[in-house]
Write a protein that binds this ligand. Structure first.
Ligand code: HEM
Length: 531
């Protein structure tokens, strides 16, 4: 569609350069004359925001690295020094830390946009896969960067993640030692993490160039998902897309500034303001917000799957949840690209977005926290009211005979009409058998809303009863509990269902709405209607 280059060098110098290195021609053809679909909406401005975010991270990162000390005894203090003593450090450090969050915020919108409008479908598979590669590198870079301030969350986050890698079968142990640079997280770990954290953004930048190359090769998708066919379907990149991107960038920078200047700490975890202490595990270890959905998927597997133990299953599921994105172009079988014309798929997509957000929420919660329960916690207490308690010694010649002797004692006492209370074993061959004669067995049921409350009430009741009469036993009943882990399991199920079942089957079975023949038609039609 872009056709032959329309660039005409105006001065002697540009004519001279154009013959030798047509770089101005490349920029002109890519960012000025480049034809963009005329119906692009603001969701198409996030690519520009991402480019800016990457540039900000690289520039602020380079200056920070000039003042940061990658040593376990100095890293934490050097970040404090940057914030307090280094000129403009107060601005650069929060810009870099907040920038990471803004980068992920933009990339998530960018990816959901691609998902909704089917931008991953042919002929944009390679464009999408390059994006997925960038995303994986972003996750790695974000994680590595978070360890650098060497706070409590840095240290323990690194411990958890490297332990996760250690759970991989066969090669896990070796990878773990290789990444840590030894058995534990220590100075070699911090050094290699710093080195890789410095390197990866440049690798990302390289892949972004390929990403945009692929984009310009296939042309941009648009909200209708109908390819631009004729000249009236497109407008030149400048001024149309440039102005729109500028508005998007302005809003992005505004939000960025709100966090940098007013809420610089809001997105971090308070424990990272405590220097790393290998001897003290924080009460909770949580990753940064943008990794929480994957953390929830990892923790959702609290059960073994046949020969695969729960930890390995969780690790696999977590890797698979990202891996599945790479094959998405071949999982979605629909002939219609944009979900604008796929009513059922649109609903499934909305649920998918909600599921991702809910997974993020679950990732930040205590996995055992109870969200709902079927009925109260209850306990039935048995004790003997009245009667006299008796105790007798039980001695056997070998520990192996103990159980048989205890059973025999119980049978004998019960046969004599006594109630058994307790057999408390002392050592391997001795025990005290307590029983009660006379009196009547009483039962008493206690219910409570939480298990802690129930235990308090049981203790209080036992104390009360034990003052009068021997205590016999307790049977506790726990109701079905819907915990954060159960919710994560349901959400994880939908996450995979969406990719592996819904998209492949829906594409074959649903009846899409009528798709316009060209991009220009509905746009021109509306304009005429309005006029
Ligand atoms: C550093 C990160 C990234 C940068 C700088 C970047 C940059 C861009 C730019 C400038 C565009 C064109 C404008 C637009 O459509 O918004 C674009 C398009 C696109 N990007 Fe990215 N991107 C990044 C990450 C990703 C990721 C992680 C994915 C998906 C996994 C992705 C998938 C796509 C797709 C499918 C398009 C084509 C959209 C269309 O034409 O409908 N990108 N990207």
């Amino acid at each position: 569609l872009s056709g032959p280059s329309t660039y005409e060098p105006k001065s002697g110098f540009t004519r001279w350069l154009d013959k030798r290195l047509p770089i101005i021609r490349l920029a002109h053809d890519s960012f000025i004359a480049y034809p963009t679909p005329r119906n692009l909406n603001y969701w198409w401005t996030f690519g520009a925001m991402l480019s800016l975010a990457l540039a900000i991270q690289i520039v602020t990162g380079i200056v920070l690295a000039m003042n940061y000390m990658p040593h376990i005894n100095m890293a934490f203090a050097s970040v404090q020094r940057i914030n307090r003593d280094v000129p403009f450090g107060w601005l650069l450090q929060p810009m870099h830390a907040v920038g990471a969050s803004m980068f992920f915020l933009a990339v998530y919108v960018h990816m959901f946009r691609g998902l909704y409008y089917g931008s991953y479908k042919a002929p944009r598979e390679v464009l999408w896969i390059l994006g997925c590669l960038i995303y994986v590198l972003m996750i790695a870079t974000g994680f590595l960067g978070y360890t650098l301030p060497w706070g409590q969350m840095s240290f323990w986050g690194a411990t958890v993640i490297t332990n996760i890698l250690g759970a991989l079968p066969l090669i896990g142990g070796a990878i773990q030692v290789w990444i840590r640079g030894g058995g534990a997280i220590d100075e070699p770990t911090l050094n290699r993490f710093f080195s890789l954290h410095y390197l990866l953004p440049f690798v990302i930048a390289g892949i972004v160039v390929l990403h945009i190359w692929a984009l310009h090769e296939s042309g941009q998708n648009n909200p209708t998902g109908v390819e631009a066919k004729a000249k009236q379907d497109t407008v030149p990149f400048t001024p149309y897309a440039t102005i729109k991107d500028a508005v998007g960038l302005g809003l992005f920078l505004l939000l960025f500034a709100v966090f940098v200047f007013f809420l610089p700490q809001a997105l971090g975890h308070s424990d990272n303001y405590i220097p790393a202490n290998p001897l003290q595990t924080p009460s909770e270890i949580v990753p940064e917000w943008y990794l929480l959905p994957f953390y929830a998927i990892l923790r959702a597997f609290d059960f073994n799957m046949g020969p695969i133990d729960s930890k390995t299953a969780g690790v696999f599921a977590m890797f698979l949840s990202i891996g599945v994105l790479f094959v998405l172009p071949w999982l979605d079988t629909s002939r219609v690209r944009s979900m604008r014309y796929r009513p059922t798929a649109r609903w499934c997509f909305m649920i998918f977005v909600a599921v991702c957000l809910a997974l993020g929420w679950c990732g930040g919660q205590n996995p055992g926290a109870v969200l709902a329960k079927a009925g109260p916690f209850s306990a039935t207490l048995q004790y003997v009211d009245g009667g006299t308690a008796q105790s007798e010694r039980l001695t056997v010649t070998s520990p192996a005979l103990f159980q048989a002797a205890a059973d025999a004692a119980q049978r004998r006492l019960t046969g004599e009409g006594a109630q058994m209370v307790d057999i408390s074993r002392e050592g391997g061959t001795e025990a005290t058998v307590i029983s009660v004669r006379g009196g009547a067995v009483q039962t008493h049921t206690i219910t409570a809303d939480t298990s802690d409350d129930l235990e308090d009430r049981i203790t209080a009741y036992k104390h009360d009863v034990a003052a009068r009469t021997p205590f016999v036993g307790i049977t506790r009943v726990t109701p079905f509990l819907f915990t954060v882990t159960r919710l994560s399991q349901l959400l994880t199920f939908y996450y995979f269902l969406f990719f592996i079942v819904i998209l492949p089957l829906l594409g074959l079975s649903e009846t899409p709405n009528r798709v316009p023949d060209t991009i220009a038609k509905p746009v021109v039609g509306q304009a005429q209607g309005a006029a």
